[in-house]
Design a protein. Sequence first.
Length: 185
Amino acid sequence: MQSKNKSIFLRQTIFVLFIGVFVFGNFAKAQTKRPKNNGTKQSKSTNQAVKKTGDKVRYDANADLLKAMQEQVKIVESKKDWTRFNRQNPAAGRNKIRSAYIAQFTIEGTDAMIDVIIVHDSSTDKFYEIRGFDFPRPFDALIWIHDDTLQFDQWINPQRGGRYQVNLKTGKVVAAGYLQSGKIK
């Protein structure tokens, strides 16, 4: 009788362990796809970041980061048909001529996802890619500052990231700095 109880206990333990690994594995995979929203939530009507009470995101402009990003970030006309990719966080410019969104696709041969910021110019019906980021971390919070200037964040982890402004007319990064999120005490 005692060996039967041990056998049932062992089966139950293995079953619970299997279910736990399966559920946690799917949860962890979903969390690595896009980091936490860093104390912001997305407004359903505008898709703009909205601060929650008690949350804080500190932005520190950095001249060294700006110089480095000006050297490596490029805006390139794209030959791909970006209309077939999953569009996330769309943002239209005030003049409605340009729109930007994040296109996600898998890296060939892996399960890893990569984000690309795409800008569509409706007056010429051309697509542009913002390239030059060294690490494939997700982008977030696309906002048009002016008709030609797009601002976006790239979070390295849920607490730290970078905020960049790119002028599409000149093709240059015009502002760059570090972000840090946390609770206001």
